[in-house]
Structure formats: C-alpha cells, structure tokens
Design a binder for this molecule. Structure first.
Ligand code: ATP
Length: 882
C-alpha cells in the first residue's frame, strides 16, 4: 500500500487526478471497474454439505436413526425407507432453512448498512458505503462511521475513535499536514482515517485512498469471524427443553422396553414399542417452526418501518415496559420553521425581519454563517434546526451560498449536544467576528453586551429580564428557541472553548416543530399497554413540557426534570422520583445512561431511542436500543438493536405490538405441537401398559409430526394480532414460556385427543384386525390434531376469534386433510404408510372421534374464555401478509 501519510494532501489528490470537487462520472466508472465495490470478502462460509451433515448432530435425530435401524431389523422395509427418507428430508429442510436464515440476515444487514456522504462533480451526495471508490472525496461529520481508508484534506477539529483497529479507546485528533517519516504506526498516522472507525467530533474532508479488502480493516478481515446468527432467549430455552425432553424420552423408552420384555414380548416387538414412543414424543418440527415464525415476524416489522438488527429484540419487545424517546424528530415532525424573532429589543414575525436594520441583518448573517446546512432547490441537507435558519434567509432573498461565499468561514467549533453551542469565525467588514449560536440558557450568563439599532451597550438587568421573559413566552408555546451572539476577536486564531464567553447578544429565533400527528395516539396506546413513555430531550424544559403535554406524555402529577437537577439527585432520590418523571430536558447523552440504569434496577425492560454520536453507550445499555434511520448517525445505528426507517415514535409502539403478537403466536404453535405429541405418547403408553399391540408404526407418527402438524403450526404463527393486545400488561421477561397454566392446558388437550385416539384404536381392535386398529389410531390422531390447529389459534373459541379470520389455518387444515386421505385411500401410499383400507363406518368413526376433542375444547372455551372480559380477543388488525 502506498504511504499517503508522507504525501501532502495536494500530492495525494494529484495521484488520483481529482480536486475537492470530487470524481467526474468517467473517473468514477473507471475507479469502480478497477477496484470494485467497497466490500470485505467474507471468510469462506461453511459449505452446504457441512451444514447438511451438521443436521445429524441432534440427539433427537440419533433416536430416529435408531428407530430406522430397529425397523430394518424387524423386517419392516417400508417403514425403514420412510424413516430414513424423513431423516434425510429433515436434514435437507434444516439446511435450506439455515441457508435462508443466513440470506435473510444478510438482507437485514444490507438494510441497515451505513451510508456515506461524498462530493462528486461538485455536488454533495449520500450513497451506500459499498459504492465509495478510491479517489472519492468523503465528507466526515461527528457521528459518521468511516467507511474507507483515506488521506485528510481538510480537518475542522476532526476527532476519530479508532479503537476497532488500534484498541485505543481515546479519540485521536486528526490534521491535514504531512508526516515526514518512512514508517509510522497506524495509531500515529494522524493525517489518515481508516475504515470502521468512528467520527466523534468535528468535520473533515477525506480523499479515499483504499476501499474494500484494500484497507487496513481488509488486511485483518481474514481474521474476522463470520457474524453468527444469535439465538433468542426463547430459542435457547427451547433448545434446552429439547435436550431435556430427549433424555426423558430415552428413559421412558427404556422403561417401556423393559416392561415389554418383562411380559415376555419378543425383543423386536418390544423395541418397536420403544421406537414408536420415541418418535411420538420428539417434536421434530418445533425449532423450525419457531425460527420460521420469528423470521415472518421480522419481515412484517421491516415492512412496517422497524428493522430488527438483532433477532433477540423481537422477543424483548414484548417485555418492554418503559420507552425513553427523543423528542425532536421522533415525537415531533422534525420539520422546523422559524416563527417569532426577538431582536433589537422587540418581537417580530420571521417575515418581518428588516435587513435595513443593522441588528436584524447581523442576526440573519449569524443564522446563515454559523450553520452547516444547505437547501438547494428544495433539497434540504443538514440538521433541520439549521435548515430552518437557511430557509429564513431564503424568505429574505438571501441564499446561503452567496452569504457564505462573501464571508468565508475561517475557523469553527462544531455543535455538540453536550455543550449545546456552535461557533464560527468570519472576516466581516474588516473585523474578525465569531458568531455563537445555541441553547439560550447556556448562553445567558455569558452575555455581557447587547446590540440594538442605537448601538452597542452593556446589557442591563432589565434587558436580561426582558429576554428571559420572551424566551419563556416562546417556549411555553412549544417553540424551540436558539440564541445568537457574537464577539470580535483581535486576531485570527484557532477557536477554543475559552473563547465562548463575553458575548454580545444579537437575538432569539424561535422555531416550531409540530408533534407528529400519530404521536398522541401512540402515547395513548403505550399507556393502555402498561408501558410508560418518557421524553428525553436536549431541548429546553418549558418547550419540552409544552410538547409533552400536547401529546399526553406529561400528565397531571407528572414532573419534568432538567439534566442539572438530575445531577443533584442521589441514586436513592432519583429512584424515589423515577415513577413520576415523564420529561427529562436539557440532558446530555450521559444522563440517558443513568435513566436507563435507574429503570433497569427497578427490574424494567427499557427501550431507548438515540440518534447522536454520543448516544451509542445508552443504546447499548438499554434492553432495546432504537436508532433513527433517517436522521440517526451511523454510530447510533451500529449500536442499536432496532432501526426505525421513519424515525417515528408510533412505529416503536407498532413494533411492540408485533413483538407481543409474535411471542403469543410462537407460544400457541408450541402448545399445538406439544399437546399433539402428548396425545401420541399417551396412546403408546396406554397400549404398552394395557398389553395391547403397538398402536402406531413410526411412519405414522413421522407423517403427523413432520407433515400434517407443521402446517397448522405455521398458520398459528401467522395469526393476526388481537385488537386489544395492547391492553395487556407487558410480559415479565423472567417468565418462563412453560408456565403452570400453559402446561395444564397442554396436558388437558393432549389427554383429550389421546383418549379419543385410544377409543379409535379399540374400535379398530374390535374388528379383530390389528392393522385396521393401527390405521384407525393413526388417522384419528392425525385428524384430531388437524382440528386441534383451530383450538390453538388463541384463547377464545373459534367464533370469538373469527372463523375465517386466519385463512392460513383453513389452508393448513385443507392440505392436511388431503394428505391424510391420500394416504388412507391411494393403494401405493397405503403400503408405504402401513395403512389398511377401511370400510365406510370405520372412516366415519375416525371423523367423529377426531372431531370430538375439538368440539369439547371449543365448548369449554366458549363457557370460560369468551365471556371473560379480561381475556377478550377481538381481531381487528390485518393478518400477516406476504
Ligand atoms: P432531542 O434530544 O429530543 O433530539 P434536541 O435536538 O433538542 O432534542 P440536541 O440536538 O442535543 O437535542 O440539542 C440540544 C440543544 O442545543 C437544543 O435545544 C438547542 O438549544 C441547541 N442546538 C440544537 N442544534 C443546534 C445547532 N445546530 N447549533 C447550535 N445549537 C443547537
């Protein structure tokens, strides 16, 4: 690699034949052809074959293989073929699912991939980072992720955290000057930036010198582990459960085997009992169903503007009981428009500024010069607060380009949300003027003078009182107020924080940022869902409270706290107040961490939004870190577990509803699968204890478990969310999925289906034909479980839920019925699935016996659940669509 640190920025630019206006279209095309996309080639993935082999590692699969071998030994060749076919099919399905999950993870990753700002052909563009090429001019601002390696060509207090590469946690200040040396360690190449580092402060222009594998990160990329899909707590619990289940099955199988032997049943027949039991008990489809339902849930959320970066968040969302939300842009529209302006001792409307008035003209200059935003033909780029100021210029026929060209920026101290100020230095009419704009309360005590049309004079207490009153009046109307000041510097120099003092007051500009229309309703939903919404903002307490009141966050009896007040509280005092504080104003990112911690100590699950560069720690600390897709910095997106593509608070509430629904559906699917398995186990156990023949062949159970059961289980997973899902309280995050009531229901429903299966078996046995009995037991169990799919859709009866409200459950039922009848009536399939042709009466009894458990369960639900108001399950939301 070339050593660009030892070249001047001019030489570096020359090397790529570009200037600060960036690449031309042709150059861009050439560079892309030559260097390719800015991507790291990932470490070689596991081959599909290996993934396929890994599917056999499961203990449950091992039991199936044993079952296959036993079938072979008993000369049951059809059964053996089906069992092995099922094992292989299962492994193929597992492999496909694995590959699909990887792909969906990849596409989610692409959705949350960082963007980069570049200058090309003299214009500023925001592009996906993979499209950055060597020779590009990259604009870096606080909060950006550096997406390529590059040489600095302009730096304004640019500070970069390179810990990802160097391990050094302190940010490094970067400059443009040449480093005259042959070898310089990475951490000391202060005129270079490297891919994967974070801009923590300032601004800079970079010439991209290396992309993709040709970066310092690329060099070590081969060492990088491929990102693994993380499992959710539920998946971990279920994996654990499956393992325990496998062991229990083994023990019971051995007992049953022993019992058969004790009764002098031939060994192979005894083995068949044990095998049937094992196959009946293993919930083969369980983990696939959970993965599928989770994946469907994340897809739905992505369509509704919430991109889940960490699959764990889907479950976590259902437990959220506190949402800490930023105000600007999340609860409000982030469309700032200037309103009243206080300058030259009077309050005027934005349109009434008079540029003939020297004070008015200076205020407008300050608003445009101490500002990084632009609005070219309606294309607004930058912080909406600053765009509003640029637009104020446009009202008065001043364009930012013209003013900024006339009074060039010489030095600056960029805005940061801790300091809440921004300063820039310009030469204006022969004087060196430093403009400072920012939060009024931060500037108030640093103001010594005031400029009026009568000239410059010392500020009086009366002046200050009038300004304070005006600020309060504007804030109480929910307006954001910025104060503007200036000072004259004797000579040009680097600006330091000490310079931000002894100001001359120019004026206050207020701007409106109306609440989003949907915020008030979303807040209402939150509260009824037992979730406390909290506003955390850098804005003024009065402004924040006014907005919070409008949208219902700040209610009677609630309080608003300021960052400074928060600092004065001990942890115990904060803990006492916590429940009543709905608004935190003038906070800095560190306060956010304290607020999250305080709630977490109370055992609450906290969702926290963040957009700034300093928000990353709070996002990481919270249980669900939520970044803003439109206005959020790349750093915040990196730290979050969910990204809102519309920055909207209402989307968080929607995502929570989806999270709760996904969890409820998964729980219902699992209930369906386990209760069905339970009935199979009971039937086999009964036959074993009652010294009857084995009721099922392993193929029967595999057919049910893998085919006819999977379809209703997925359909249950697609159940639409209940209208009143948001009336429930958040789920306790520590609550195990297998609660007492849940297990009771599984046992009751499993027992019912089991009993009717046994009755069917006896009806079959009464014909004197063991095969007919087995066919009866199989068909009844299969059909009863298909009917049972309707029972597991929700707590209410099918009429309460809406008979046709989940069309997938009907498709699943129809398909299952078709498969079963094919097996019962098509001769080659009859052979393969060890089924005997039955006469009409027996078929009719199968249908009746299979329907009865569902009939009883439905009657039970109508009596107990439909009339229980607390459990009301209206279904008004749209079903999942694909
Ligand atoms: P939220 O935290 O809800 O997103 P916010 O935008 O008010 O709200 P910050 O961006 O941290 O939070 O701003 C804090 C304060 O700093 C603002 O209330 C304003 O007074 C001041 N401020 C905001 N933007 C600028 C800016 N570009 N230049 C100078 N001061 C600013």
């Amino acid at each position: 690699m070339e050593k660009f640190f030892s070249k001047s920025s001019k030489e570096a630019l020359k090397k790529f034949n570009v200037n600060k206006n960036g690449l031309s279209k042709d150059q861009l095309k050439n560079s892309l052809e030559k260097h390719g996309y800015n991507e790291l080639t990932e470490k070689k993935k596991k081959s599909i074959f290996i993934v396929f082999l890994e599917q056999f590692k499961d203990l449950l699969v091992a039991i199936l293989i044993i079952a296959g071998i036993v079938s072979m030994a008993t000369g049951n060749s059809e059964s053996t073929i089906v069992i092995f076919a099922v094992i292989i099919m299962n492994a193929i399905l597992g492999t496909v699912q694995n590959v699909k999950a990887e792909q969906s993870l990849k596409s989610l990753k692409a959705l949350s991939a960082p963007n980069a700002k570049v200058i090309r052909d003299g214009f500023k563009y925001e592009i996906p980072s993979r499209e950055v090429v060597p020779g590009d001019i990259l604009i870096l601002e606080a909060g950006d992720l550096v997406v390529a390696d590059g040489r600095i060509i302009e730096s304004y207090s640019l500070k970069i955290n390179e810990s990802a590469l160097t391990g050094e946690s302190e940010a490094v200040e970067k400059f443009e000057e040449v480093i005259k040396a042959d070898e310089v360690a990475l951490g000391d190449q202060k005129n270079m930036v490297f891919s994967s580092s974070l801009v923590t402060y300032g601004r800079g222009l970079i010439l991209v010198t290396g992309t993709g594998m040709n970066t310092e990160l690329g060099k070590i990329a081969t060492l990088m582990e491929q990102t693994k899909e993380k499992k959710t707590p539920l998946q971990i619990t279920l994996d654990d459960f499956s393992k325990k289940l496998a062991l229990i099955i083994l023990v019971i199988c051995i007992l049953v085997f022993g019992l058969s032997l004790y009764r002098n049943t031939p060994i192979l027949d005894s083995l068949m009992f044990a095998v049937a039991l094992a196959v009946a008990a293993i919930p083969e489809a369980l983990s696939s169903i959970v993965t599928i339902v989770l994946a469907l849930g994340t897809q739905k959320m992505a369509k509704e503007n919430a991109i889940i970066k960490n699959i764990k968040a889907v479950e976590g969302l259902g437990c959220v009981s506190i949402i800490c939300s930023d105000k600007t842009g999340t609860l409000t529209q982030n469309k700032m428009t200037t309103k009243q302006i206080y300058t030259d001792t009077s309050l005027v409307e934005s349109e009434e500024l008079n540029l003939e008035n020297e004070v008015h003209a200076s205020l407008l200059n300050a608003a445009i010069l101490c500002n990084d935003s632009t609005n070219v033909d309606g294309n607004e780029i930058g912080d909406p607060t600053e765009v509003a100021l640029v637009n104020l210029g446009h009202i008065h026929s001043l364009t930012e380009q013209e003013v900024r060209e006339k009074y060039k920026r010489l030095k600056e101290i960029p805005f940061d949300s801790d300091r809440k100020l921004m300063s820039t230095l310009h030469e204006i009419n022969g004087e060196l003027i430093m403009y400072t704009k920012g939060a009024f309360d931060v500037l108030l005590n640093r103001i010594t003078h005031i400029k009026t049309s009568e000239g410059l004079r010392k500020i009086t207490d009366a002046d200050k009182a009038k300004i304070v009153d005006t600020n309060r009046y504007l804030s109480e109307n929910g307006l954001r107020v910025l104060a503007f000041t200036y000072k004259v510097l004797p000579e040009e120099k680097e600006l330091t924080l000490e310079d931000e003092n002894d100001f001359v007051f120019l004026g206050l500009i207020s701007m409106i940022d109306p609440p989003r229309i949907e915020s008030a309703d979303a807040v209402k939903d939150c509260i009824s869902a037992g979730i406390k919404p909290i506003m955390i903002t850098g804005d003024h307490k009065i402004t924040a409270s006014a907005i919070a009141k409008q949208i219902g966050i700040l209610k009677d009896g609630d309080i608003a706290l300021e960052g400074l007040e928060l600092d004065k509280l001990s942890d115990e005092e904060l803990n006492e107040k916590l429940d009543h504080v709905s608004v935190y104003a003038r906070v800095s990112p560190e306060h956010k961490i304290r607020i999250v911690n305080a709630w977490q100590n109370k055992g609450k699950i906290v969702a926290m939004t963040g957009d700034g560069v300093n928000d990353a720690p709070a996002l990481k600390q919270s249980d669900i870190g939520i970044a803003m897709g439109i206005t959020g910095t790349e750093v915040s997106k990196d730290a979050a577990s969910m990204i809102l593509t519309d920055d909207n608070f209402a989307t968080i509430v929607k995502a929570i509803t989806n999270g709760r629904n996904v969890y409820a559906n998964i729980k219902n699917s699992i209930k369906f699968l386990l209760s069905g398995n339970m009935s199979g186990i009971l039937a086999v156990l009964y036959a074993s204890i009652a010294a009857l023949p084995v009721p099922f062949a392993p193929v029967h159970l595999l057919f049910i478990n893998l085919l006819t059961d999977s379809l209703p289980a997925i359909a249950i997973g697609m159940e639409r969310s209940r209208k009143d899902l948001l009336k429930d309280k958040p789920r306790d995050s520590k609550e195990s999925i297998l609660t007492k009531d849940y297990v009771k229901e599984i046992a009751f429903e499993g027992l019912l289906i089991g009993i009717f299966t046994i009755i069917a078996f006896h009806v079959g046995l009464s014909t004197g034909n063991e095969h007919a009995a087995s066919t009866m037991a199989f068909a009844t169990l299969c059909l009863a479980r298909l009917f049972h799919g309707f029972n597991c859709r929700g707590k209410k009866s099918i009429f309460g839920l809406g008979v046709f409200s989940n069309k997938f459950s009907w498709y699943a039922f129809g398909a299952g019925l078709l498969f079963l009848n094919l097996v019962l009536f098509v001769p080659p399939l009859q052979n393969l699935f060890e089924v005997t042709p039955l006469d009409g009466t027996l078929i009719a009894s199968i249908y009746l016996l299979a329907f009865l458990p569902t009939f009883i369960i439905q009657i039970f639900k109508i009596i107990t659940k439909d009339f229980d108001k607390n459990e009301a399950e209206n279904t008004a939301n749209e079903p999942l669509k694909f």
